[in-house]
Design a protein around this ligand. Structure first.
Ligand code: UDP
Ligand code: MG
Length: 332
């Protein structure tokens, strides 16, 4: 049985040899494997290191994206590249923060009938109290809006072939792997693991990329947040009604309301509420814009794999492969 390992890599040149070695040493021998590495537009020697490693390890299937598309897109490219005969796939981080020793256990759980085996992290090492608090707040908010509990969920997951086929049926441009994995359903179990520390380099997430991922996650799973606008409108309407009646009452009694303070406060309140509502709508329009444009989720610049051993079945990947072969860049 063939198992696909999907490993996105961005600026991981120093890490890759160790990653390959540790995978080789822990993978259960009763299965065969393909190692799908996706070089997500790295600026360092990641691609060269991967190509060199491929000479020693022919099970490597290498994809290079035309620029840095972000982990989610790199992951999608990897899923598209999974061999048509592969029975299951496992998503891993290149930095070994998802310890490969758990792969044997994941495969066991899969063999016992689970279709998604998902890793839950039990420690968030080297994270400040503040970022832990942020994560907690986000998960709570996400659960409120979407109904899915993502607390401690990770991308360290095994998917049965069936799940992957269901995934291929989704057409979203902006994806959120962890969330969609829950949405897909199927027979699911989780296991706890301790997140290892990164040996080389540092995490590529910064405040803004995390904010974007959170926004993508929330807007992708729920439009409930837009309901804030009519609720806000209702509250204001009631408030204005009372204030209006009071103002008119004073007017007809010959005592007009005095002072600019009320006017200024009202202006600020109304202006703030309008700007807030427009921003909410803008976030959703931006998402719709990207979805409607329907651009590919990633672009390949190079592909490298043993053609006798592997084939590509996914349409968009196969097309991109053909284009690459026809174009000036011959890569095989
Ligand atoms: N990664 C990627 N593209 C990016 C950022 C990250 O493919 O734009 C890969 C990275 O090489 C690693 C995985 O995604 O294998 C997780 O990234 P990172 O370690 O930076 O995130 P963290 O562990 O902090 O969640
Ligand atoms: Mg990491």
């Amino acid at each position: 049985m063939l198992i696909s390992l999907v490993i996105p890599a961005h600026n991981e040149a120093l890490q890759i040899p160790t990653t390959i070695e540790s995978l080789q040493s822990v993978l259960p021998a009763e299965y065969s494997y393909e190692f799908i590495f996706i070089d997500d537009g790295s600026e360092d020697q990641t691609w060269a290191v991967l190509k060199a490693a491929q000479k020693e390890e022919p099970r490597l299937k290498l994809l290079r994206l035309s620029r840095n598309f972000g982990k989610e897109s790199a992951l999608l490219a990897g899923l598209d590249a999974v061999h048509p005969k592969s029975s299951a796939l496992i998503v891993l981080d290149c930095d070994l923060q998802f310890p490969p020793q758990y792969i044997a256990k994941m495969l066991e759980l899969w063999q016992s009938g689970y279709e998604i085996v998902a890793g839950r992290k039990i420690t968030r090492q080297k994270e400040s109290f503040f970022s832990r608090l942020k994560a907690k707040g986000f998960y709570r908010f996400f659960r409120r809006l979407s109904g899915y509990d993502l607390n401690n969920a990770t991308d360290f997951q095994l998917w049965d072939r069936k799940v992957l086929e269901a995934w291929y049926g989704l057409s979203e441009r902006i994806s959120f792997f962890r969330g969609l994995s829950l949405w897909l359903g199927f027979k699911r179990c989780s296991f706890d693991f301790e997140v290892a520390e990164r040996e080389h380099g540092e995490s590529s997430w910064n405040f803004f990329s995390l904010l974007r991922l959170s926004l993508d996650a929330i807007t992708g799973f729920s439009a409930k947040i837009l309901l804030i606008i009519p609720i806000l409108a209702g509250v204001f309407w009631l408030f204005f009604l009372i204030l209006g009646i009071q103002t008119l009452y004073h007017f007809f009694n010959g005592q007009a309301a005095t002072g600019f303070t009320t006017v200024i406060l009202l202006q600020l309140l109304i202006g703030g509420a309008i700007l807030f509502s427009i921003s909410l709508i803008a976030i959703y329009i931006a998402r719709l814009f990207i979805e409607v444009k329907g651009r590919p989720r990633y672009l390949l610049s190079e592909l490298s794999f043993d053609q006798d051993r592997f084939s590509l079945h996914n349409r968009s990947l196969a097309e991109q492969e053909k284009e690459l072969q026809n174009g000036s860049k011959k890569i095989f």
